[in-house]
Design a binder for this molecule. Structure first.
Ligand code: NAP
Ligand code: GDP
Length: 325
């Protein structure tokens, strides 16, 4: 099987951001789960291969590998508290990275690009559940407006490439992702990875776990390997330019408190869990509908959250010395 989208022969897929949380998950699916078809080549890039903020380096790496397809994951990424400190840098770096990747792909005649948006770019004031038609309906949450506006422009740019050049470049919208190879920094990481590291340390030191905020905000968490499988499906089978939300169902949304309790069980932590309500809660919810995904893949099975958190904790403990902390 080859991609149905305007290309015959085996694909040569360039994955930008191939060394990160999502990139490593795609690599696992490709190499260990039979995700790679005969004759295909998959190239996973990191910042060491090219700084995609730079147009010349972007062009050079694309010319080196001459891909037929691109999965574009590279981005300046971080948790709530890093966003709040660096909105300008998130805006500028991501605008440049995205424009360099999309325009280079276009100039090189690349058939298909699948880029990555995020459910945190949705309007702050909205009705729930949010779906793919609502991305541009109002300003995003203040805490991450730089990242959000840069990401929203990918969708605008995809539509413009289609209108002006007939390119079928598209985007996926994952909700909160976690798994092996995440950034487990307690300062800059996303919530689950930061809390896994905090809980691991608290257990070692016999101290309480400090959770930021009230624990009341709710999130839909997707395990990186599930997301990897779905992104590969999008690359091969999804033909729309309009984006698609990749998420567990609304019924699987959990509070931060429930998430930290699950981590405590997975790491066998029996100490105190403290909620620091002087710190921001960020968005209280951003509940997304996975109805569109379900209309394409009604039978896709997501890894249950408890199981996925347990596997992530086990990975973190086993790889503590090399994990990003
Ligand atoms: P990650 O683990 O932080 O990985 C980021 C990747 O981007 C790394 O491979 C990094 O390379 C690369 N990168 C960063 N800046 C770059 C630059 N200037 N030039 C070239 N490469 C650069 O992030 P992730 O969680 O896998 O995120 C992947 C995509 O998913 C992003 O587009 C993100 O916006 C989206 N997303 C993530 C989440 C989430 O909860 N994590 C949720 C929704 C959407 P190095 O390893 O060399 O630094
Ligand atoms: P978001 O989903 O885009 O807001 O990003 P995060 O993954 O950073 O999740 C932020 C939510 O988790 C907020 O409600 C925070 O108050 C809460 N949270 C609790 N403890 C932590 C922590 O140690 N780090 C982070 N990043 N968030 C935390």
């Amino acid at each position: 099987m080859t991609s149905r989208v305007g290309h015959s022969g085996p694909m040569r897929v360039l994955v930008t951001g191939g060394s990160g949380l999502v990139g490593k998950a795609i690599e696992h699916v490709v190499q260990k789960e039979g995700g790679k078809l005969e004759g295909e080549e998959w190239i996973f890039l990191s910042m060491k291969d090219a700084d995609l903020v730079d147009a010349g380096q972007t062009r050079a790496v694309f010319e080196k590998y001459r891909p037929t397809h691109v999965i574009h994951l590279a981005a300046k990424v971080g948790g709530l508290y890093l966003h709040m400190r660096e909105n300008l840098q998130f805006l500028r770096d991501n605008i440049k990275i995205n424009d360099n990747v999309l325009q280079t792909a276009h100039e090189m005649g690349i058939t298909k690009v699948v880029s990555c948006l995020s459910s945190c770019i949705f309007p702050d004031k909205t009705t729930y559940p949010i779906d793919e038609t609502m991305i541009h309906d109002g300003p995003p949450h203040d805490s991450n407006f730089g990242y959000s506006h840069a990401k929203r422009m990918i969708d605008v740019q995809n539509r413009a490439y289609f209108q002006q050049h007939g390119r079928r470049y598209t985007a996926v919208i994952p909700t909160n992702v976690f798994g092996p190879y995440d950034n487990f920094s307690t300062e800059n990481g996303h919530v689950l990875s930061a809390l896994i590291n905090k809980t691991y340390k608290a257990k070692k030191e016999g101290s309480p776990v400090n959770v930021c905020g009230s624990g009341a905000p709710r999130r839909q968490f997707i395990y990186s390997l599930d997301l990897g499988r779905l992104i590969i499906w999008v690359l091969r089978e999804y033909e729309e330019v309009d984006p698609i939300i990749l998420s567990v169902g609304e019924e699987d949304e959990v509070s931060i408190k429930e998430a930290v309790d699950t981590i405590a069980v997975a790491l066998d932590f029996k100490g105190k869990i403290h909620f620091d309500t002087t710190l921001s809660d960020g968005q209280m919810r951003k509940t997304a509908s996975n109805g569109k995904l379900r209309s394409y893949l009604p039978d896709f099975t997501f890894t249950p959250l408890k199981e996925a958190i347990k596997m992530t904790c086990d990975w973190f403990v086993a790889n503590y010395d090399t994990a990003r902390t």
